[in-house]
Write a protein that binds this ligand. Structure first.
Ligand SMILES: O=C(O)[C@H](O)[C@H](O)COP(=O)(O)O
Ligand SMILES: [Mg+2]
Length: 304
């Protein structure tokens, strides 16, 4: 039987032993620090506690709607001091994957974006050309001219060689039609992340994974996902922070992204926080595929 996770909430000795075990904390955002724009009580103080104990904090989010700079603004607006360097978001890991690993030769290296401004900002920062995304000319109903132009290719850009799908709050039939036809022409299929739901306002909304599903359904292709639990993301975070994996703990609210990310990354520990997506019953279930090493009801329980 897989070792059951250690419950830390209310156990000061166990919390201190836990904190002494790690130098670096990879902190998930949605469902751990906040729910949408609602900061969980005690988050600021808990981060101050970690920093006061000399711990390195890295914010690791799958949410591709914001760039690292946007996140730094959001963290600051919530009273959480941070630098852009401490933030690793799936839009950034996707941009560096495209520019430094995939390296599709021009001219067919343009990206068709299904997503928000976070992706666009990070692609720009890596000098990658893109279309789609927040371009208002796609935020409308499809027309007979669109059907004709997409079908005969006159409305398609021959230099698009990659389709990157993220969380798109403005997804529609026209955007999906363009994305499908670029994939049908052989464009590479990438996703910033495949989370099925987005925890926000203390409930759930469609996640990035639920935005790319129609394309998976149409093409039968699975995208290369570049957010957690992708180890490409872990390698780039390690590359940047040079941390000792055994002295590093992944803190998250989702078993199939955050906790799996930490386990497959062979980190020293994983801490599940019950303020977001995953529930205790999931890892208590017989044969549960992903089990955290530790858990708390909420992040601020680490203050003992
Ligand atoms: O749909 C999404 O993109 C995810 O729900 C969201 O991004 C999760 O963000 P995280 O919990 O990794 O901060
Ligand atoms: Mg989360």
């Amino acid at each position: 039987m897989a070792p059951q996770p250690k419950h830390l909430s209310g156990d000061k000795a166990a919390i201190n032993e836990f904190l002494d075990q790690f130098d670096v904390f990879l902190l998930d955002c949605d469902g751990v620090l906040w729910s949408g724009d609602n900061l969980f009580p005690g988050t600021v103080e808990t981060l101050e506690l970690l920093r006061s104990k000399g711990k390195q904090v890295v914010f690791v989010t799958n949410n591709s709607t914001k760039s690292r700079a946007d996140y730094q603004k959001k963290l600051t607006s919530m009273g959480i001091p941070s630098s852009v360097d401490e933030i690793f978001a799936s839009a950034y890991s996707s941009a560096i994957y495209i520019s430094r690993i995939l390296k599709v030769p021009p001219p067919r290296n343009k990206v068709y974006v299904l997503g928000e401004s976070g992706i666009e900002t990070e692609l720009k920062s890596e000098g990658i050309e893109f279309i789609g995304g927040t371009d208002p000319s796609y935020r409308r109903d499809i027309t007979p001219e669109d059907y004709k132009g997409i079908a005969d290719g006159s409305l398609l850009d021959d230099n698009v060689g990659i389709v990157l799908a993220g969380l798109d709050f403005h997804v529609n039939y026209l955007k999906l039609s363009h994305a499908y036809h670029y994939l049908a022409r052989g464009a590479k299929f990438l996703a910033t992340n495949t989370d099925s739901t987005l925890p926000s306002n203390h409930t759930f909304f469609p996640g990035a994974g639920s935005i790319s599903i129609p394309l998976i359904n149409m093409t039968g292709q699975q995208p290369t996902a570049l957010g957690k639990p992708s180890q490409a993301m872990m390698d780039s975070i390690e590359g940047k922070f040079q941390f000792d994996r055994k002295r590093t703990c992944m803190v998250g609210d989702r078993l199939d992204t955050d906790i799996r990310f930490g386990i497959e990354g062979k980190l020293g520990g994983t801490l599940a926080v019950l303020t977001g997506v995953s529930k205790k019953e999931e890892w208590d279930a017989e044969g549960a595929p992903v089990i955290p090493a530790f858990y708390v009801e909420k992040l601020s329980d680490l203050m003992g």
